[in-house]
Write a protein that binds this ligand. Structure first.
Ligand code: ADP
Ligand code: MG
Length: 229
């Protein structure tokens, strides 16, 4: 893995939230390279900057300063349309609260990102079925989220994140709402996806989840204080 090309390069990356009562320095000049195909756990106490860092990598939020390049392209000074295109083509997101549409089948939840991309209905269905099959839910495609367990809902969310064939999967506390057995099942899927080549970055404060990654980065007060690389 040491020879894999750098996919994500952050230099002096900062994020300041301007609040009435004073500025919050969520990231204070982070330097970090992440290789293509990496499997990284982002760890650290609550409020240390983990989600802010992930939101930068996924272009959900804009840096206040520094540099961020992904796949050789700078994410700074981009138009909203360019950032949306980057997100759609490069990144899949998984969150702690699965964020599925409630009155919509698993299949349609997964197919939705493909609709935004303008893919025809037949292909959308095929692609969504393939993604659900990949996460072991071939027999639950017509279920609504309320008819699925938490672990199954998170697997639907992972299938949805994979629909656009992203290079990078960003998962923020993906097992935070799951019991330990279900959490292991979800982590097995992440292991498989990384083995198949996807660059995987996941935020967790659970040591056993972090232990499954090949690299651990620890944040404290907006800085990286430990990196097992
Ligand atoms: P973590 O994910 O490690 O718990 P965050 O990245 O969410 O931490 O937050 C880092 C710091 O930035 C915290 O002090 C938090 O309160 C602050 N913060 C995060 N989002 C915002 C926001 N939208 N507005 C103001 N402060 C924020
Ligand atoms: Mg967070």
């Amino acid at each position: 893995m040491a020879d894999a090309p750098v996919l994500i390069r952050a230099r002096q990356l900062s994020r300041v939230y301007k609040l009435g009562g004073g500025d919050v320095h969520a990231l204070r000049g982070v330097d970090c390279d992440i290789a293509q195909g990496a499997y990284v756990a982002v760890m650290g106490a609550s409020g240390s900057g983990k989600s802010t860092f992930m939101n930068m990598l996924g272009a959900l939020d804009t840096p206040s300063g520094g540099q961020l390049t992904i796949g050789g392209q700078s994410l700074l000074n981009r138009t909203p349309d360019e950032l949306a295109k980057f997100r759609n083509e490069m990144v899949g997101f998984v969150f702690q609260q699965f964020n599925l549409l409630p009155r919509t089948t698993a299949l349609d939840n997964v197919a939705l990102p493909l609709l935004y991309r303008g893919m025809p209905a037949v292909q959308r269905r095929e692609r969504a079925e393939a993604c659900l099959d990949l996460v072991g839910l071939a027999d639950r495609m017509d279920h609504h989220p309320s008819q699925l367990s938490g672990g199954q809902q998170q697997r639907v969310a992972i299938a949805r994140a994979l629909a656009n064939e992203p290079s990078i999967l960003l998962a923020d506390e993906p097992t935070g709402a799951l019991d330990s057995k279900t959490s292991d099942d979800v982590m097995d899927i992440f292991d498989q996806l990384n083995a198949a080549g996807i660059t995987l970055i996941l935020v967790t404060h659970e040591a056993d989840v972090g232990a499954r990654a090949r690299r651990r980065i620890v944040f404290r007060d907006g800085n990286i204080v430990e990196d097992t690389q």
